[in-house]
Design a protein around this ligand. Structure first.
Ligand code: FES
Length: 72
């Protein structure tokens, strides 16, 4: 499932023991790129569950758009 995500950070975010979720006992890092709590997962990845593997998507201001890729 390809997805184009815009990142604006210019460096790493160092994780500390304070980042561990007290209830779950773990730290979930967002790999979908859509979390409002980035770099932590906030469940936003559920919005990607119906993405087609043959379509490129871009999420802008919470809205999903299909990206048309021109072939040369
Ligand atoms: S993996 Fe991105 S919000 Fe969960």
């Amino acid at each position: 499932m390809p997805r184009e995500v815009t990142h604006t950070a210019h460096g790493p975010r160092i994780l500390t023991p304070a980042d561990v979720d007290d209830e779950k006992g773990d730290v979930a890092i967002c790999l979908c790129g859509l979390s409002e709590e980035y770099p932590f997962c906030d469940g936003s990845h559920r919005r990607t569950e119906d993405e087609s593997p043959d379509t490129l998507y871009k999420y802008v201001d919470g809205e999903r758009r299909e990206v048309t890729v021109k072939e040369e």
